[in-house]
Write a protein that binds this ligand. Structure first.
Ligand SMILES: Cc1cc2nc3c(=O)[nH]c(=O)nc-3n(C[C@H](O)[C@H](O)[C@H](O)COP(=O)(O)OP(=O)(O)OC[C@H]3O[C@@H](n4cnc5c(N)ncnc54)[C@H](O)[C@@H]3O)c2cc1C
Length: 406
């Protein structure tokens, strides 16, 4: 049987490796001159490929209730074993898995060498332009030739980071085979704000808890280092709420978020902490009083935002100003007005709906012998190795099923 894999990313390779049995002839068609271009960029070139902490809350889909059929303990262990079987030795930092070599190139070479052992035909500089079904076979028109396959696995990625080749082609093809697409938007991406503080706080990094404000309540809290920039905010904790935000910004102009600048303070009443602190240092102005736990530029920016004079001592502030300042450090509300675009986003939210696929095989319910794998499917993950886990897992499922029978 001839099996064609469209896209030479991690999902395409996992699918090809698993499809290579029962004397199947497996071909990967890749439009770039090299395969696995995006994989080399992952984890800042070190490739965070897996995470010890596996909880369904780390993954997102428009068909949430279907997710456990794919994201479950048995399947996650299959991904871990896949890398072990390729000889990858992990370096585990706080539960985050990286190759021990310290370079994503190890992951690339493990996949490429295995594909070569299995005689998988890899054709690069080959952009797929169109796929149609002629009788029972798929006719694939590319920039260099026309190919015929009994089965096709589409693993062309999303719109994210199109510099690496993923330009959303797979969505078009899926629609031609009558699939719908859960609206696609950037995720794991920087957030834009217009507080007027951007120039003042640019360059600061601070450990915070950030959350989304929904009907006055803070939901989806994420903690970690936040980077303040000239356009807004960045960092893993901002990235992890960005998928939700870019989705809702399709329907509304802005989204309120809350930043807790004092995550180390567990009690509720920060004003009494400040009053106690001021009693030890009564002559200190606000910046001096707080700069032992917060960057002084950040304190100045927050004071500016609240119209409070940062040169004043705690005792110079009115009762109202003290409350305002103390609560702003715990729950600083600001509006996110946009996200950076696909050129900057690590992944996309949305894609082929889970309900249109047989989740045991990832074969289309609408077109026999057509499979999907990787980011093109409507599941995305938080930062921390979850997206490569999805790519490999869906590649394994689609490749294994395509290899069987018919
Ligand atoms: C900067 C960056 C850092 C990241 N870091 C991490 C990380 O540390 N951990 C993690 O888990 N995830 C990370 N990710 C996300 C992860 O890389 C992706 O989720 C994953 O690569 C998706 O795999 P894929 O095979 O589905 O798609 P891709 O890797 O995008 O591969 C799709 C392939 O299809 C090819 N293609 C597209 N259209 C055509 C066509 N018409 N014809 C032929 N070929 C085509 C493309 O050229 C591409 O090679 C990162 C992403 C980026 C951008």
């Amino acid at each position: 049987m001839k099996i064609g894999i469209i896209g030479g990313g991690p999902a395409g390779f996992a699918a090809a490796i698993k499809a290579s049995k029962n004397n199947n002839q497996v071909t990967i068609l890749e439009k770039n001159n090299k395969v696995l271009k995006k994989l080399l960029l992952t984890g800042n070139g070190k490739c965070n490929y897996f995470n010890e902490v596996q909880d369904i809350s780390k993954y997102h889909s428009g068909n949430e209730e279907e997710m456990p059929e794919i994201i479950n303990e048995k399947n996650i262990q299959m991904v871990k074993k896949f890398w072990e079987d390729l000889g990858i030795i992990p370096l585990i930092k706080n539960g985050y898995y990286y190759p021990f070599s310290g370079t994503a190139n190890s992951m690339k070479m493990a996949l490429v060498n295995k594909a070569s052992d299995l005689n998988i035909n890899i054709i690069t500089d080959c952009e797929v332009l169109n796929i149609i079904k002629e009788k029972k076979v798929f006719k694939v028109t590319t920039s260099i030739d026309t190919y015929y396959f009994d089965k096709i696995i589409i693993a062309t990625g999303s719109y994210a980071y199109p510099q690496t080749g993923s330009t959303g082609f797979g969505y078009e093809i899926a629609q031609e085979f009558n699939h719908t697409i859960v609206p696609v938007c950037p995720s794991l991406v920087q957030l834009k704000t217009n507080t007027g503080l951007e120039k003042k706080w640019q360059g600061i990094r601070s450990n915070v808890i950030v959350g989304i404000v929904d009907e006055g309540k803070i939901i989806n809290e994420q903690s970690g280092e936040m980077q303040f920039t000239d356009y807004g905010i960045s960092g893993i904790c901002a990235f992890n709420i960005s998928g939700y935000i870019s989705f809702v910004l399709r329907y509304q102009k802005s989204q309120t978020i809350s930043i807790n600048f004092i995550p180390w303070y567990q009690e509720n009443d920060f004003k009494s902490f400040m009053t106690k602190r001021a009693s030890s240092f009564p002559k200190y102005d606000l910046i001096t009083l707080c700069e032992t736990f917060l960057n002084y530029k950040l304190i100045a920016a927050i004071c500016h935002y609240l119209h409070i004079d940062s040169k004043k001592t705690w005792y110079d502030l009115s009762e109202e100003e003290q409350v305002k300042f103390a609560s702003a450090l715990r729950d600083f509300r600001l509006e996110v007005i946009g996200t950076k675009d696909y050129l900057s986003s690590q992944v996309c939210r949305g894609g082929i709906p889970l309900i249109e696929l047989d989740l045991n095989t990832l074969e289309s319910f609408l077109e026999p012998n057509l499979y999907f794998a990787g980011e093109i499917i409507d599941i995305d993950g938080d930062c921390g190795g979850y997206n490569l886990t999805i790519a490999i897992l869906t590649g394994i499922i689609a490749g294994t099923s395509a290899a069987e029978g018919k």
